[in-house]
Design a protein around this ligand. Structure first.
Ligand code: ADP
Ligand code: MG
Ligand code: ZN
Length: 631
């Protein structure tokens, strides 16, 4: 999915570079100081000690300056720019002794001006210690540098407490999003306008004593534009946007998440008015203590810190915390208490009109061929989220580009619908003759059951070209967007799911693994009917499974809130629903055996049957097709 936000500014390389630069600077200063001290400045010429002794004896030298391990000689006729003359001597032995040992007579020595220079305190100390210290420093630096590189990516040893928040500043035109970029979601936008208003003009609200919500929770299925909306609020209000994802809080060490939260809030407060956005807050905000064998300490500490921070700022701080989740049901009740995330904004899946608007937004900058009718595409994509529509548009542009066309056509868009729904076609996956026959009957079974059962969605397309992980598929689309599903629809859906299984069993007296997904989906649906929707008469109107927690192994489990006895009734009810559905599917396929054969044969022949063609086959076999979706 597109993500306009920049990758998090990784703190590690940054501080690594900074520390590296500092260390390098120190190193350079030390070495240059060292070389300065040892080398002296100006040109120098070194002569042998014996030569110097001879020169002194012959009276050419007027002055000698003795340093620790060398002697500088100043000659009678030395010009100002001439090189300084040096001779090495043993350290720790006096100059006079050295020269006398080389045969310089005592009176000659007496005639010389003799200066003995002790190195100054610092340079003496430094000159002595540097030769030992420098290599050690260098080594230490190297070790440190290497270990930083190893740890850098993962743990960020020196900066793991710092927040990893991404920041979008209002002057960043490229990343700025406004309400114009979010199509549909009218109610959500309406509610959020209030927040924008507050951030822009807090005085108006504060003066009248209005309580502005601190926390706004955006709830909605994934891809419905929650993140986009939060950014749009920041864009509209022209304030910095600090965002972090719930999952980023959870790191290796206990306490890191909590300190991140603290940093994030501090940072945001400093640049108030601002917005903090915690994406996927359910990753940290799940019901505490719900897991088996104690909770996850790290998660709980992070959550507690979020609660502390939420309680700890005042409306006058002009900070608004937004959060998004697609699992509002699992959130800890403490998070949604008044004074915390008490404002809840539901972001729905787009309806037909919204889908068209979203398509229009993402069609910007993509030249469309004149036959394109986005309305039709919107009609054909019930259940698509904004993110799905975005990738639909993107896929069709890719298709057009791949075929070297400059414009996107309606056909590109239609092909992309299926691609987004089912994953790409795998034409290369060749079925053997037997596999092809089995798949054809399997899909024909689904399609036939869907066409005969009153409450099932009509078939749009049947295919035995493998797609994603499925060997074949039967594409059914609901006639309209729907919010509620009835018991009859569920029962028909289960029977349709079993259509493939039943067809294989009937025709080949054998079963393949191709039905496993169908069975899993159908069984889960049957179980939900019994335990969640009160659709079983034996169990009655009780929701048995509701609260879900996190198991310590990371997975989710539904808390069983019922006894073994009830459990076995549930199991028998699920089994009953499944076997009744199998019976209904079997009856249909037996009754319309001719139709089943016709569809399967056609599938083997042409591999894909579109809706119109499929309905002709139905009519030829005496089945009345469902009402066509009106466009
Ligand atoms: P969520 O956070 O709800 O999972 P996102 O905000 O990340 O969804 O949406 C992903 C992408 O889908 C967005 O970047 C945008 O391109 C597109 N999108 C989603 N909803 C809309 C919308 N209402 N209008 C325009 N684009 C949308
Ligand atoms: Mg998101
Ligand atoms: Zn199937």
């Amino acid at each position: 999915m597109e993500n306009k936000e920049k990758k998090p500014k990784n703190m590690a390389p940054l501080s690594l570079a900074r520390h590296g630069a500092v260390a390098l600077l120190i190193f350079l200063t030390l070495t240059s100081a060292y070389s300065f001290l040892t080398e002296q400045n100006g040109t120098r010429e070194e002569i042998a000690l014996s030569a110097l002794a001879a020169d002194i004896t012959s009276g050419k030298v007027v002055e000698i300056i003795a340093r620790q391990d060398e002697i500088e000689a100043i000659y009678k006729d030395t010009k100002p720019d001439a090189p300084h003359i040096f001779a090495k001597k043993e350290a720790g032995v006096s100059v006079t002794e050295t020269l006398q040992a080389l045969g310089v007579p005592e009176q000659k020595l007496g005639a010389l001006t003799l200066t003995v220079k002790r190195p100054s305190g610092f340079s003496y100390w430094f000159g002595n210690i540097a030769p030992f210290l420098l290599p050690i420093l260098l080594l230490a630096f190297l070790i440190w540098f290497l270990s930083r590189q190893v740890r850098g990516a993962g743990m960020q040893a020196l900066s793991f407490g710092q927040s990893k928040a991404r920041i979008i500043f209002p002057h960043d035109k490229k990343q700025k999003v406004s309400f114009k970029d979010v199509a549909g979601a009218k109610e959500a936008k309406e509610e959020l306008k209030e927040i924008v208003d507050f951030l822009k003009n807090p005085k108006k609200f504060l003066d009248i004593g209005a309580q502005i919500p601190k926390g706004v929770l955006l709830m909605g299925a994934s891809g419905t534009g929650k993140t986009l909306l939060a950014r749009a609020v920041a864009g509209e209000a022209n304030v910095p946007f600090f965002s972090i994802s719930g999952s980023e809080f959870v790191e290796m060490f206990v306490g890191v998440g909590a300190s991140r939260v603290r940093d994030l809030f501090n940072m945001a407060k400093k640049s108030a008015p601002s917005i903090i956005f915690i994406d996927e807050i359910d990753a940290v905000g799940r019901v505490r203590g719900g897991g088996m064998g104690g909770g996850n300490d790290e998660r709980e500490q992070t959550l507690n810190q979020i609660l502390v921070e939420l309680d700890g700022f005042e409306p006058t701080d002009r900070l608004v915390v937004m959060a998004a989740t697609n699992r509002p049901d699992v959130l800890d009740p403490a998070l949604v208490r008044p004074g915390r995330f008490d404002r809840r904004v539901v972001v729905d899946l787009p309806d037909r009109g919204d889908r068209e608007e979203i398509l229009k937004i993402h069609a910007r900058g993509k030249p469309l061929f004149e036959d394109v009718n986005l309305r039709v595409i919107a009609e054909r994509t019930p259940g698509f989220s904004g993110a799905d529509l975005y990738s639909l548009m993107n896929e069709s542009a890719i298709l057009a580009a791949r075929e070297n066309r400059a414009t996107v056509t309606q056909y590109d868009l239609i092909r992309s619908i299926e691609k987004v729904m089912l994953g790409p076609e795998r034409r290369s996956h060749l079925l053997s003759v037997k596999e092809k026959e089995i798949t054809a009957y399997h899909e024909a079974g689904h399609a036939l059951a869907a066409s005969v059962l009153e409450h099932a969605d009509p078939v749009h397309k049947v295919s035995i070209i493998s797609r994603g992980r499925a060997a074949g598929y039967t594409l059914k689309l609901p006639i309209e967007d729907r919010k509620l599903q009835s018991r009859k629809e569920f029962l028909d859906d289960i029977a349709v799911s079993l259509g493939g299984f039943v067809a294989e069993k009937m025709l080949f007296d054998d079963l393949t693994t191709g039905s496993s997904n169908d069975l899993a989906v159908a069984t889960a649906l049957a179980r939900d009917m019994v335990t969640r929707y009160g659709m079983s008469d034996k169990i009655g109107p009780i929701a048995l499974e509701e609260s879900a927690g996190l198991s310590p192994f990371g997975g989710e489990y539904a808390a069983r809130e019922y006894s073994e006895k009830v459990g076995s009734v549930v199991d028998s009810e699920v089994a009953r629903i499944m076997s009744e559905a199998e019976g209904r599917a079997t009856d249909i396929l037996k009754k319309h055996r001719k139709a089943l054969d016709t569809i399967a044969k056609k599938l083997i022949e042409v591999e894909t049957i579109e809706r119109d063609e499929f309905e002709k086959l139905l009519i030829a076999n005496g089945i009345v097709p469902k009402k066509k979706q009106e466009i």
